[in-house]
Design a protein around this ligand. Sequence first.
Ligand code: URA
Length: 188
Amino acid sequence: MAKAAKALRLEALAAQIRVCTKCPLCQSRTLAVPGDGKPSARVMLIGEAPGREEDETGHPFVGAAGRFLDQVLEVTGINRDDLFITNIVKCRPPNNRTPRAGEVETCTSNYLFEQIELINPALIMLLGGVPAKKMLGVKSVNEARGRMIERVGRQYLVGYHPAVRFYREDMGEKVEEDFGLLKRVLKK
Ligand code: URA
């Protein structure tokens, strides 16, 4: 598919996501959050699900976790505009509970997998246990972080979710390490 056609299809998918009623999360969301970034991004970041501020604005990683992510990107020298940032599920689960298996299945099979095909990134960074489990079948972030993982012709890195810092302050350093590795891989 030509570059312009891909960008149009991504926009059409985003429009579908904004009015999606395929799973129960549509009942409690304010705005769905399709994802932000360049259709030609070399790197995709995939988080878990929108939180409160994402639900209010329709944009990914704009709340507390997003502000920490921005800080980490800045210290590692990665430009947010060079990434495509999205989530496993596009609507906020009530009280930020973990998305359920059926919600994950519906949202990824209808939207995320096609976003990945269209963007065709050189590298996908999975933030946290939910995306790591869904995309790679791993049980924990710890088991998978710190190395490149190849699956069906795609390259993945797994990192801690930036929000871990709010539960355990010492984990902020681990998030910085994860993005440091991303930066090194991109320089190669
Ligand atoms: N946490 C996520 O996983 N995604 C967001 O978009 C915001 C917070």
